[in-house]
Design a protein around this ligand. Structure first.
Ligand code: BGP
Length: 490
């Protein structure tokens, strides 16, 4: 090998942050926007996984109430942090932190309010024109997710959300519309945020109302919906290649790295199978086919997926350019899990890892796991990777001078970025890093405001009280310096 050893982040590394439309924009009923699944989400307490499932399963009654509601009071995502009106101010702050990229998503319901209109909503399209122009004029590349945890509620009520094949057609039209419109402004695209999450959050990700199906049907319904998302994702890739040949388009996975609790071969096998299952989702989008191990898993669970003639070709022909992923925690599994101490974050839990600390939300903090995950993914796929979410939710204290001394957040990012740099030195091809989230926003899973992720504090509480004024936290200046030195000062 004649190449010199890699010493750090490459030139042009895409540093920045990530947000999602439904967690920041607000403006739920302006600009011609239609109602989305995110507009149905109520504020939930920080419950452990099982209680969370029990208490917060969305029902038809809740959906009907939410559709009838004419304000935002019970629905925090309708408020967001008013990014819809304040994005210029926020972008100026991101530019001050030296951002090279901002990950955003497009709210489908701003473009097609019900999902089935013949013509797109021009006012919605104009909003994203303005957003992307503002980013570009600040030297920030938009990285755009087509579908991040929301869809028109009309499609849920009329076509069973992603379970219905018709939703694929509606999404394809939406994707073609925005790819065509923004082809000169957007160079980086993602199809579905955390496409695997439909298994954990069928409504948030797939517009599936579990109550509408029997216990025996529900798994097939979810995997059928996932299949439709795979096809829709591949179709978006196809149109991106045609309409934006210069652009790069990726898939997005929740990387849930699982360790065996011991070196017993049974534990190793169990962890291996968990990781294999986590990779199922990216396998389809990168390798272009369902992995063979899923055949046995489906058979054992009695899951049957209907594929239309041509679906397999679509998946095979339109694979992604890069793999992006979120990384928040690692997990542990054991054949004796029942007898062991557990951690139970609301997203994913398992056996407690005695070597790791957790966040206030019980997510296990594991920077070394990020290096392992990066190496493992790159070995598996040999395509560029992009960390598009990584961060720590915490309750911040703001003092009378509006200072937030969030050393714990700095420690979190510093430890993760150091390991990420080691992975780059290990040879992993990494395009960039976008923190979740550079500014406080509404939590995806609980709709809280007080689970804060940002380098920028937003004055708003869980009930929507506050001035919405933005304040720079201590971590703001730290991240600014990291980017200015391209990670040299870590
Ligand atoms: C990811 C989602 C994000 C996000 C983040 C943190 O799963 O893609 O939308 O919010 O997790 O989760 P939470 O907001 O529930 O803390």
């Amino acid at each position: 090998m004649k190449d010199l050893a890699i010493t750090g982040f490459p030139k042009g590394f895409l540093w920045g942050g990530a947000v999602a439309a439904n967690q920041v924009e607000g403006g739920w009923n302006v600009g011609g926007k239609g109602l989305s699944t995110a507009d149905m989400a109520i504020h939930k307490k920080n419950l452990k996984r099982e209680e969370y499932e029990k208490h917060y399963k969305i029902t038809d009654e809740q959906i009907a109430d939410a559709i009838a509601a004419t304000d935002a009071s019970a629905y925090p995502k309708r408020r967001g942090i008013d990014f819809y009106h304040r994005f210029r101010e926020d972008i100026a702050l991101f530019a001050e932190m030296n951002f090279k990229v901002l990950r955003v998503s497009i709210a489908w319901t701003r473009i097609f309010p019900t999902g089935v209109e013949e013509q797109p909503n021009e006012e919605g399209l104009r909003f994203y024109d303005e957003l992307f122009d503002a980013l570009r004029s600040n030297g920030i590349e938009p990285l755009v997710t087509l579908s991040h945890y929301e869809m028109p509620i009309y499609l849920v009520n009329n076509f069973a959300g992603w379970n219905g094949r018709k939703t694929v057609d509606c999404f394809e039209k939406f994707a073609v519309t925005v790819l065509e419109r923004y082809k000169d402004k957007v160079k980086y695209w993602l199809t579905f945020n955390e496409i695997d999450s439909i298994i954990r959050h069928p409504f948030t990700t797939g517009g599936i109302v579990p109550d509408r199906f029997s216990k025996d049907e529900i798994e097939t319904v979810i995997y059928q919906a996932l299949h439709h998302q795979f096809v829709a994702s591949a179709l978006a890739v196809k149109h991106c290649r045609r309409l934006c040949p210069e652009a790069k388009i990726g898939c997005m996975l929740t990387r849930l790295l699982t360790y065996p609790e011991s070196c017993a071969p049974e534990d190793i096998l169990l962890a291996y199978r968990e990781n294999q299952l986590n990779y199922f989702f990216s396998d389809v989008q990168i390798r272009g086919r369902y992995p063979r191990h899923m055949t046995r898993r489906f058979a054992e669970k009695g899951i049957h997926i209907d594929m239309l003639p041509g679906d397999e070709e679509i998946l095979q022909q339109h694979t992604v350019d890069f793999l992006s992923f979120s990384y928040y925690m690692s997990l542990v599994t054991s054949v004796n899990a029942d007898k062991m101490d557990k951690v139970g974050g609301n997203i994913a839990g398992g056996v407690k890892n005695p070597y790791l600390k957790t966040t206030e939300w019980d997510w296990q903090i594991d920077p070394v796991g990020l290096r392992i995950a990066l190496n493992d993914m790159y070995d598996r796929y040999q395509i560029p990777l992009f960390v598009v979410e990584n961060g720590m939710g915490a309750v911040d204290q703001i003092d009378d001078d509006h200072q937030v001394n969030d050393d714990y957040r700095i420690a979190f990012f510093q430890s993760h970025l150091k390991e990420m740099k080691e992975a780059v030195k290990d040879g992993v091809e990494l395009m960039g890093y976008t923190s979740w989230a550079p500014i406080d926003l509404i939590s995806a899973s609980t709709s809280e405001m007080n689970k804060r992720y940002g380098f920028i504090y937003v004055d708003q509480d869980n009930d929507g009280n506050g001035t919405l004024v933005r304040y720079r936290k201590k971590s703001f200046y730290w991240y600014q310096d990291v980017i200015a030195t391209n990670g040299e000062t870590l």
